[in-house]
Design a binder for this molecule. Structure first.
Ligand code: URA
Length: 436
């Protein structure tokens, strides 16, 4: 078999066999198919696409390019959630302890933020002492003892995806549904989970802003996951507006803890509870959606979800007092500036992309994969879509440290561009758009 013939085959619209895909992925790992050939291949796949059978074979080959964890010795169902990312999307920190409290083990491997979207690892690292780089033994131990574990991707998990993702980033081939499907599923299935819930976001701040694209991605991931024998459920959710009221790492941890105390904003609670309920259903610990939702709500009301979060924070080296007094434990920005409404009316638009971008300018996000984040920086929203404001009311707080003072005018301008206020009342947008 020769890579050049396979590139030609895909270029001309052919379909790969399983053996051909395994040859190509093995060659990526051992260097016998050089990255320049893989670059041409990703472009051919971008244009020609892949059938479900090819995509399933690609997921399987990438998944087996590294260690596939076996968590069979941990009793009970193991279920994870993956989100395609958004602004203020902190649901992992809320739903993982909820699911754990309800009897589902959540062995979660997460990523970092990039651009206008945040990442779970950056949020967790704003908790003093919290370690996301556990070795595999510690990963298993924390999962068994706490019912959840929250770590970063290790070099052992789906190494083919690391190489391929960087290559796609450099060759303008990220936006390919079979390649995204293979990337996400190979990483997630390597965690040793029994089932997976997907939060596929659509709208202004989402990776797939058009609903038809997000729906196609969700359909691809559920079809391929199920074809590989894993129950996968996807929710298509709205990312036109940031989720919750806080954007930025420590601010989002604080808001997540408020949710676990039963004091979170309604939109964030709704999405977190719906996703957690899907995890309970896939894990087989609830009879139906209503039953699952009521278990989840109970875990908040009786404090058991908060207790799970405290346990995992302490087990991963973090300061457990964050659960009771986040304001004294989490880093806080030295400066807070207000953005005030320049007219009265109803908030019609609060564009997630611009809010995320403004937060990034204040230091909360990174522009390159190697960049650092300021854990204290970010934005607290005082008004969301549908709310009424009077001229001079505070729309948002901008949190930043003096080293980002220079970025304040641009961040303020970016935030203002995110907001539209008009005279007529407007309904709050629906959050859960479809189940696939
Ligand atoms: N997120 C991933 O992990 N992989 C992709 O290809 C796109 C988004």
């Amino acid at each position: 078999m020769r890579a050049v013939d396979l590139i030609r085959k895909k270029r001309d619209g052919g379909e790969f066999s399983g053996d051909e895909i395994r040859f190509l992925v093995a060659g990526l790992g051992d260097g016998t198919v050089p990255t320049y050939q893989w670059s041409a291949l990703t472009m051919a796949i971008y244009w020609r696409g892949m059938t479900a059978a090819e995509t399933a074979a690609l997921v399987d080959a990438m998944l087996h390019s590294g260690t596939v964890l076996d968590l069979a010795d941990i009793p009970g169902p193991k279920v994870d959630k993956h989100s395609t990312g958004g602004v203020g999307d902190k649901t992992s920190l809320i739903l993982a302890p909820i699911a754990a409290a309800c009897g589902v083990t959540v062995p979660m491997v997460s990523g970092r933020g990039l651009g206008h979207t945040g990442g779970t690892l950056d949020k967790l690292e704003s908790i003093p002492g919290f370690r996301i780089d556990l070795d595999l033994d510690a990963y298993r131990r924390v999962a068994r003892e706490c019912g959840l574990v929250l770590v970063g991707q290790t070099a052992e998990i789906a190494p083919a995806d690391r190489v391929l993702y960087a290559l796609r980033d450099a060759t303008a081939t990220v936006e390919s549904i079979p390649l995204i499907t293979a990337s996400i599923l190979s990483k997630k299935l390597a965690e040793g989970i029994d089932a997976l819930v997907l939060d596929v976001k659509t709208g202004d701040g989402a990776f797939m802003s058009r609903t038809e694209d997000a729906r196609a991605l969700a359909a691809s991931m559920t079809t391929i996951g199920r074809a590989l024998g894993k129950p996968v459920q996807a929710l298509l959710t709205n990312m036109d507006v940031p989720l919750g009221c806080s954007v930025g790492n420590a601010l989002e941890v604080s808001e997540s803890i408020a949710c676990l105390h039963g004091k979170g904003p309604d939109d964030l609670m709704e999405v977190s509870l719906e996703l957690a309920a899907e995890m309970l259903l896939l894990g087989g610990v609830a009879k139906n959606r209503e039953d699952a939702l009521s278990h989840c709500r109970r875990s908040i009301a009786d404090g058991s979800a908060l207790e799970r979060f405290r346990r995992v924070v302490i087990a991963q080296g973090g300061d457990g007092r964050v659960c009771d007094e986040p304001e004294n434990v989490l880093p806080r920005a030295e400066r807070i500036e207000w953005v005030k409404a320049e007219q009265s009316g109803y908030v019609h638009r609060l564009a997630a992309w611009s809010v995320g971008h403004a937060s990034m300018l204040l230091g909360a996000g990174r522009t390159t994969a190697e960049g650092r984040v300021d854990p204290a920086a970010g934005i607290v929203l005082h008004r969301k879509v549908g709310d009424f404001v009077k001229t001079g009311d505070v729309l948002a707080e901008l949190h930043f440290n003096p080293s980002f003072e220079h970025a304040l005018p641009a961040a303020r301008e970016m935030f203002k561009q995110a907001v539209t206020i008009a005279d007529e009342p407007v309904a709050r947008p629906p959050l859960i758009l479809e189940r696939l």
